[in-house]
Design a binder for this molecule. Structure first.
Ligand SMILES: Cc1ncc(COP(=O)(O)O)c(C=O)c1O
Length: 451
């Protein structure tokens, strides 16, 4: 391996990091991760760090899991990649069948791509074409939640506008119809949870009725709006949106890129509301956090709308070079098997409860913690300058980054969302590591906020 000092210099000279103000990056030594094991990352100097955000919300069973490594090596010994355009491959077939076995009943078809954003693009395009194919030619718009996030490709940006992330492209994309979710802390201030739910449902009903005939689909992050700062909404809201979409003749798209594969405490967030969407987007954890892979699942009814003689050109003309990559699918299949073999979800329950308890006793009381939001193993800790008024820290205070820096000095890797500190460790995190995660988060908040 190239020596650490040279690597750092080359990084500064040649890389452009995602979601990163490079002015800040270039004055700092980069943390360069060379190895990992379980929930621990190891840098080029041999220092160890707890992976507190599971490598951006995707690692499930830990790094270098023997079963996943073996599946990867075995597939590499056969073939790394062949196309799904005109050909099929054993791993993509087997994973599709396995996925259909675990997603909400009624989703029967799997269309692969390579990132959460592309899974969303696929869903949006399927919805548009589906509506056109059935003669609903006016249905060309989408509805989504305020501060929803669905990825960074232009279609996904249109349905997921966030002021900070997307302002430079906002005018170049088709804006979605916005629904206000029942988020009490910021959007429906002064209301209790019940009042906020009633207000959000009334807003959804009114807005969807107004725009219904023009809607191709309603898209939501079910239960947790991750990138918004881990905003949690009740299952009743999700269930109601699903019904409202159906009533308006719009498809319902569940973007489970972040919430899928156990993060909410169940395999998929939709299960909490007992719903089956028309389309479901999967990414991140689908390969256990090993390789870029994503999938869009559809019901048979949606799929059948595309069937016709070739010359009618009703086919779904969409795809990517690495669609259904064999290495990624082989690891994805092994990852799904681990859920059974290691009883991942059953063992996760007590960890979620422990996390809840520890956050309540050790973090929630801190003077600059405005709110602690948790759903399953997904946590957002919103920091505020003033608790009574909920006044946010100004961006120049870089409070999230300061907490992250303080955590890193204590051996934990975190990544903030603005002023919200995110905790989302691998599902397989050990109880002692979970305690360490909370201890370090508390200490880092205390140091960064000076209180
Ligand atoms: C709900 C949701 N959808 C889509 C995406 C985009 O996924 P990717 O970064 O793999 O494109 C994300 C990423 O955080 C997400 O949270």
């Amino acid at each position: 391996m190239t020596d650490p000092t040279t690597l750092a210099a080359w990084d500064h000279r040649h890389l452009w990091h995602p979601f990163t103000q490079m002015t800040d990056w270039l004055v700092d030594d980069p943390l360069i991760i060379a190895e990992a094991e379980g929930s621990m990352l190891v840098d080029v100097d041999g220092r160890r760090y707890l992976d507190g955000v599971s490598s951006l919300w995707c690692n499930l069973h830990g790094h270098r899991h023997p079963a996943l490594d073996a599946a990867l090596a075995a597939q590499a010994g056969r073939v790394a990649h062949t196309t799904l355009l005109g050909l099929a491959s054993p791993p993509s077939i087997e994973l599709a069948r396995a996925l259909v076995g675990v997603v909400p009943a009624g989703l029967t078809r799997v269309f692969y791509s390579d990132a959460g954003a592309t899974a969303v693009e696929v869903a949006l395009r399927i919805a548009l074409q589906y509506q056109q194919l059935r003669g609903a030619t006016d249905r060309t718009r989408f509805a989504s939640l305020v501060e929803g996030y669905h990825g960074d490709t232009l279609g996904a940006v249109g349905v997921g506008y966030s002021e900070t992330f997307h302002r430079f492209v906002a005018r170049a994309v088709a804006p979605a119809v916005r629904l206000t979710p029942p988020h009490v802390f910021r959007w429906l201030r002064g209301m209790d949870a019940e009042g906020a739910l009633a207000a959000a449902l009334a807003d959804a009903e009114r807005t969807l009725a107004e725009h219904g005939p023009g809607l191709a689909a309603v898209i939501v992050e079910p239960l947790v709006q991750g990138a918004a700062g881990m905003w949690v909404h009740p299952p009743a809201y999700l269930g109601a949106l699903r019904e409202l979409a159906r009533r308006q003749g719009a498809l319902f798209i569940a973007d489970e890129v972040a919430t899928g594969f156990g993060r909410t405490g169940r395999m998929f967030a939709c299960e909490h509301a007992g719903i089956t969407p028309d389309l479901m987007c999967l990414g991140k954890g689908i390969s256990g956090g090993y390789l870029p892979l994503a999938a869009t699942l559809a019901t048979e009814e949606v799929f059948e709308a595309f069937l016709a003689p070739y010359e009618e050109f009703r086919a779904f003309f969409h795809g990517h070079t690495y669609t259904g990559n064999a290495l990624a699918c082989a690891v994805g299949l092994a990852s799904l098997r681990l859920f059974d073999d290691e009883q991942t979800l059953a063992r996760l329950g007590p960890k979620i409860a422990r996390l809840h308890e520890r956050l309540a006793t050790d973090v929630a009381y801190l003077p600059h913690v405005g709110e602690v939001r948790q759903q399953g193993i997904m946590v957002g800790i919103e920091l505020v300058q003033e608790r009574p008024t909920r006044a946010p820290y100004p961006p120049a205070a870089r409070i999230g980054q300061r907490v992250v820096r303080a955590a890193r000095a204590r051996g934990v890797v975190l990544r903030p969302l603005g002023n919200t500190i995110v905790l989302m460790p691998p599902l397989a995190i050990r109880p002692a590591e979970l305690d360490e995660l909370v201890d370090v988060t508390r200490d880092a908040i205390v140091e960064a906020t000076g209180a």
